[in-house]
Design a binder for this molecule. Structure first.
Ligand SMILES: C=C(OP(=O)(O)O)C(=O)O
Length: 593
């Protein structure tokens, strides 16, 4: 039966393919009762799975490189201990004996009992062991699934599957963590559908960077769509059409061909400089997540990297963070790929919807933070982990010997933070000089993404070389809307007059101070905002490489001076979106119906 599900369109275009469902709980658990005579065999399955996982942990421990942090070996020991603990294994067997549960069901039932006990513990350290226990049980469940010839449907297993030769595939999930999205980055999927998320949630951002259609916030897609269903993603309308009729399929195949032609047409603008009709030159920079993305940036005609989200280097690592050398090589790779064009590296912006496996030396975990968007994240986290911060600064400074590097700090709210950053920079420069390491001048910039930073910008500008406005977070914090929460997604409004005021004011003040200012949030890559940002005086935009051609086309057709004259009226408008659309189309001689 054909039906439709609606959500928030976050990456445009049409995708047609078969659904691959990724389980939100990492392993699907089969629940069934076993026959009386099968108890011993079922207990043997428990022991075999336990032994297989123990062997995996032992091998991992033996293979640890000599310079691996000692916490890693200690963590594996904790996992091994849990795996042999009678509270887990003995009681799991008891569920089988008493209730005749199958092994998987018995394990998950016992996990629930133990997890509740962990939750009630007073001691933070012991409470945090719950996550270790969950990881151990997940491994055991995966082993049981494999033993039955089933492939676990967690993100990592899905990536490993070889889908070559199958129909185009669309990924459907309740949610996809940014770290899992990174695994999908070079995968076979032609589109993404999730139940939760908003326009600027990181899942959405990564989907856009992959330039494939995606719809988030559908609330129920993963429950309604079945494995292998034929699905159309209409990434313009936010519609997911499940089991479409042949006529519907034909219509969408036609639209797909049209949008491919449009992309090919826009790609021809690659070498055309972004200059407005009245001769204003605009920099179009790229946002990247990994060094290899710099190649796509150059191909799309970017004139620099405006935002290297370095936190993605820190994900999918099972708790181990990259050291100075590894980071240096990654930054150097991006710098070399950009061939002399500037590369703006943002220090780790972890926390909130980008949790690390290991959030701090004390293993502070995301789920225990009351309000992660306002918690120990971004520069707050870096300043709380000074040796890690200095390690990242050293890696960034060392990369500056290979091309133009700019240092960008996320989530600054206090002048004292800038003072601490400058002190760390000084220390790092001294350390590098003492060690005979080469580096060159690195400009220092801050992200304007907290209203406090926008309000006190003139003060901040006295201490930094440039600013970059992170509209995704600026909107979130100005309007008090969680950017990843689909329940309030309708209130996440880039056209809100307060947002426009903060933007216009920040751009004007930075220009007046003679400092360069850029926007690197999603507004910069959406052609619907190109005119108003030009009208505010913005001359540097940073976005995913795939968005550069359509923003460039908009710039080539704009008259910056005429747009600027419309700005004062828009700032006092009650409905800036409607008035901007009307004013901009009129000034281009387009009549609106
Ligand atoms: C670019 C931004 O940062 P993030 O990586 O949090 O989207 C932003 O907030 O606009």
């Amino acid at each position: 039966m054909s039906f439709q599900v609606f959500g928030i369109p976050v990456s445009r275009g049409v995708a047609i393919g078969r659904a691959v469902l990724v389980a939100s709980s990492r392993v699907d658990v089969a629940h069934y009762f076993i026959a009386d005579g099968a108890v011993d065999a079922e207990i043997q399955r428990v022991l075999n799975a336990r032994d297989e996982v123990a062997l995996e942990f032992e091998t991992l421990k033996q293979d640890l490189p000599a310079d691996a942090p000692h916490e890693l070996a200690a963590l594996l020991d904790v996992h091994l201990m849990l795996l042999h603990d009678e509270a887990l294994i003995g009681s799991t067997k008891q569920w089988i004996i008493d209730r005749r549960y199958n092994a998987e069901w018995a394990f998950s039932a016992q996990l629930e009992v133990l997890a509740r006990q962990f939750d009630e513990m007073e001691d933070d350290y012991l409470r945090e062991r719950k996550a270790d226990l969950e990881q151990v049980v997940e491994r055991v469940l995966s082993s049981l699934a494999r033993e039955q010839g089933r492939v676990p449907t967690d993100a990592a297993s899905v990536v490993q599957r070889d889908f070559a030769g199958e129909d185009p595939l669309l990924l459907v999930a309740a949610d996809i963590a940014p770290a899992d999205m990174m695994q999908f980055k070079r995968s076979v999927f032609h589109g993404f559908i999730t139940d939760i998320g908003g326009k600027t949630s990181h899942t959405a951002i990564v989907a856009r960077s992959m330039d494939i259609p995606a719809i988030v916030g559908t609330r129920e897609a993963s429950r309604l769509i079945r494995q292998d269903d034929w699905v159309i993603i209409d990434g313009d309308a936010g519609a997911v059409i499940v089991n479409p009729s042949p006529i519907m399929l034909e219509e969408y195949r036609f639209r797909q061909r049209q949008s491919e032609l449009e992309r090919a047409r826009l790609a021809r603008l690659r070498h055309t400089p972004a200059v407005t009709l009245d001769g204003e030159r605009v920099e179009l920079h790229a946002n990247i997540e990994l060094p290899v993305d710099a190649v796509a940036a150059v191909e799309a005609g970017a004139t620099g990297v405006g935002l290297f989200r370095s936190e993605f280097l820190f994900m999918n690592r099972g708790g181990e963070l990259p050291g100075e050398e590894e980071q240096f090589l990654a930054y150097r790779a991006a710098v070399e790929a950009m061939r002399g064009m500037p590369v703006t590296i943002r220090t780790v912006d972890v926390g909130a919807d980008k949790p690390l496996d290991r959030m701090s030396a004390s293993e502070l975990r995301h789920e225990h933070v009351l309000n992660p968007a306002m918690g120990l994240r971004a520069i707050r986290w870096s300043l709380a982990e000074p040796s890690m911060f200095r390690q990242q600064l050293r890696a960034i400074y060392r990369a500056s010997a290979f091309g133009k590097v700019r240092l960008l700090i996320p989530m600054v709210a206090h002048l004292s933070e800038i003072r601490q950053i400058l002190e760390s920079v000084k220390k790092v420069q001294q350390q590098l000089t003492d060690a005979g390491r080469a580096f060159t001048k690195v400009e220092l910039g801050v992200m304007i993404e907290i209203p406090a930073a926008a309000v006190m910008l003139p003060l901040l500008l006295q201490h930094v070389d440039f600013v970059s406005i992170g509209t995704n977070d600026l909107i979130q914090y100005t309007l008090a809307i969680d950017r990843a929460d689909e329940a309030v997604a309708h209130l996440y409004d880039p056209w809100h007059p307060a947002v426009l005021h903060l933007l216009a004011q920040s751009i004007a003040q930075s220009r007046a101070a003679g400092k360069s200012v850029s926007v690197c949030g999603e507004m910069a890559g959406d052609p619907a905002f190109t005119d108003i940002l030009l009208a505010m005086g913005l001359r540097s935009f940073s976005m995913h490489p795939s968005q550069i051609p359509s923003v460039k086309q908009r710039i080539l057709r704009a008259d910056a001076a005429r747009l600027a004259r419309l700005m004062p009226d828009l700032l006092v408008s009650e409905d800036p979106q409607r008035d901007a659309e009307l004013a901009f189309s009129l000034q281009k001689g387009v009549t609106k119906s």
